[in-house]
Design a protein around this ligand. Sequence first.
Ligand SMILES: *[C@@H]1O[C@H](CO)[C@@H](O)[C@H](O)[C@H]1NC(C)=O
Ligand SMILES: *[C@@H]1O[C@H](CO)[C@@H](O)[C@H](O)[C@H]1NC(C)=O
Ligand SMILES: *[C@@H]1O[C@H](CO)[C@@H](O)[C@H](O)[C@H]1NC(C)=O
Ligand SMILES: *[C@@H]1O[C@H](CO)[C@@H](O)[C@H](O)[C@H]1NC(C)=O
Ligand SMILES: *[C@@H]1O[C@H](CO)[C@@H](O)[C@H](O)[C@H]1NC(C)=O
Ligand SMILES: *[C@@H]1O[C@H](CO)[C@@H](O)[C@H](O)[C@H]1NC(C)=O
Length: 675
Amino acid sequence: MSRRGLLLLFLCCGLTASRPSPPLAPPLAPPCAVVQMEVSCSDRALHSAPSDLPRGIRSLDLSRNRLQNLSQETLSFHTDLHLLNLHGNKIHFIQPGLFAHMPRLQVLDLSRNHLSALAEHRTPLGPLGTVQSLDLSGNGLFTGMTDVFLHDSPQLVNLSLSGNSITKISGDAFRGAASLQKVDLHNNVVMEIEAGAFDSLFHLSDLDLSKNSINCITDFDLRSLRTLNLSQNSLEMFQSSPSDQVSELLSLDLSQNNLPLLPLLPRNNRLERLDVSRNQIQSVNVTGSYGGQMFFFCTCLAPPPSVTKHHTCFHHLRFLDMSYNNFQSLPECLFHTMLSLEVLNVSNNCIASFSISRDLLLPKVLVLDLSENSLQTFQISPGSLQSLQELYLSGNSLAVLDSRSFQSLANLRLLHLQRNDIQVCPHAGESSESSESGESGETSSSCTAFQSIPSLEFLDLSENNLLRLPPDAFQNTPLKHLDLSTNPGLVLHRDSFSGLENSLVHLFLKENNLTELNSDLSALTRLKYVDLSTNQLTTLPPWSRQSSIESLNLQNNNLVTLEQSTVLALERSLKTLYVGANPLRCCSNLAFLHLLQRSAVVVADIEAVTCLYLEDSPPVSIEKVTQEMCEDLHNGSVNVVMAVMAALVLAVALALIVKCCQARRRRRRMRSYRA
Ligand SMILES: *[C@@H]1O[C@H](CO)[C@@H](O)[C@H](O)[C@H]1NC(C)=O
Ligand SMILES: *[C@@H]1O[C@H](CO)[C@@H](O)[C@H](O)[C@H]1NC(C)=O
Ligand SMILES: *[C@@H]1O[C@H](CO)[C@@H](O)[C@H](O)[C@H]1NC(C)=O
Ligand SMILES: *[C@@H]1O[C@H](CO)[C@@H](O)[C@H](O)[C@H]1NC(C)=O
Ligand SMILES: *[C@@H]1O[C@H](CO)[C@@H](O)[C@H](O)[C@H]1NC(C)=O
Ligand SMILES: *[C@@H]1O[C@H](CO)[C@@H](O)[C@H](O)[C@H]1NC(C)=O
């Protein structure tokens, strides 16, 4: 044996000797965690509950193990359990009557097992005398299995059957579980609900039928129901029964269906939340009729007086989502009864005009989303929408907005106007100035004023083809966040931002093709985040030391030097800088280099920051540049100049000496002539 072989052997022995357990023992799964009377044995590859658990445990978690055949034996004869979690095993058989031996069992989780094998033999799960919450999701169960399974579950309150293959809810599906309050049938293939299937469930309050294949609900009459989720079906109709009884329904989700008309809701409702987003609704007309009489969603469709009492009122509605439909218009009358509405979302429709002429309409609306429509007009009477805080108007065709609308919205904080065609009006007092200066001067009919909107903090005017920003454009509007990006060709005035000195924090001016920035941003004492990327800036405006800018984006401009005074002013407050994709000169930016190396500023895109030593030299990473390299470059040129100068001086000196000598010789000669 070679010496190396011996050494290896020795090393191996050394390793095994230092290990605490014998080297060949199989890895032991850690023992179950026992905390008081609660035991967790999940993820331990167990085929049954360990036999050494304390007696009298209340909660046993055996999820994600390998149990197949559930019996008293596999559960180690524990009978005091309140909670038993068997999620994610391979259980296909349960000893009949097993749970009758557990008189305290309340919560039973059998989700993600193979119980369809059991159900196929029509073997009941129960009796489940005391179980209140049962999870049977993901077991491959299909129609007709649940009625046998649940035939003796008198205390059952919560039941989940989600992720199975149930196609029909038969009339007797829940007959053995009369206390049910919450039933989850999400993600099955339910196409049919037999009449009376839920009739015996007097306490049913929460029904989730989302992600199924239901295409029609008629005669909806589950009066105790508080939430109903029918999202992601193929509904083409939703009709309530013509009853005057009070409906308890608070939340109805009908999103992602094929409804061509609005649902016909219980007349006497207290609905708070209605989601009909992502359907094909075109108008505020309503599906069907009550007992032969036409029903209208909205009072202004003016049916004959005799029908008036059949209007549904929405006095309690707080949230209404009608986004992603085909609405062309929204008649004002739709809102007449919506006195509690807080959120109205009609984004992504084809609405061309929105107007509210009546005072005091929608008094509680906080959020109004009209984005991604084809709005050309937006008009609201000064007394309406008095609580409005957030207004989304992006992605429309708005060119002119009556600024009085905004000025009357005392609580408006956030205004999204990106992707429209808006121009900003000059300050009322200065309109004469612009006409004097020969510009045509926007008249109030072709521009929108943003002054004196009392609470406005956020304004997005990006992508509007804005031409110029007049002086004092936002006077008396306490903006904190202003986005003017992607308005190429935008002309800023020196005083465009005046009035925002004590409020503005975020300013976005990217993609504006700006060649210079003539407003003094350091006068904006609160300004912290500035984005000037993707412009044509060759210099930065002078910056004063009052500046409190923390993040500055200068990427993709034409900056050659960053002035020493600017760098010094920024150094105080700056934390993050972006400056990649600029034709910086290496050695004219020594102050900036210093900033990079000595201060706390983080250049976030440092890998992309390059500079040029000479005009035609290849770009080098700015991190590689040192002061010495620039000094050498500098000294090198000085030496040449010195040499040339020295040579010149020498030449002149020589010339002088030669001249001098000649003169002397001549004088001598002259003297000798005299002599
Ligand atoms: C399950 O276990 C019980 C008792 O141990 C046994 O009688 C029964 O045959 C087993 N069933 C299956 C399907 O393995
Ligand atoms: C039933 O479900 C609801 C909501 O998920 C929960 O708050 C309640 O505690 C559950 N009831 C029981 C008995 O498990
Ligand atoms: C209805 O179900 C869908 C799909 O599970 C879910 O995304 C949505 O949040 C539910 N709606 C409500 C109001 O809870
Ligand atoms: C809406 O109802 C009115 C009045 O009944 C009717 O004239 C109109 O055609 C309906 N519109 C649609 C889209 O059904
Ligand atoms: C309005 O609905 C759309 C689509 O569902 C959603 O993206 C948007 O966030 C909603 N608007 C508000 C203000 O919540
Ligand atoms: C950007 O400005 C340059 C000159 O400064 C001009 O040639 C170019 O057309 C402008 N581009 C746009 C999109 O305005």
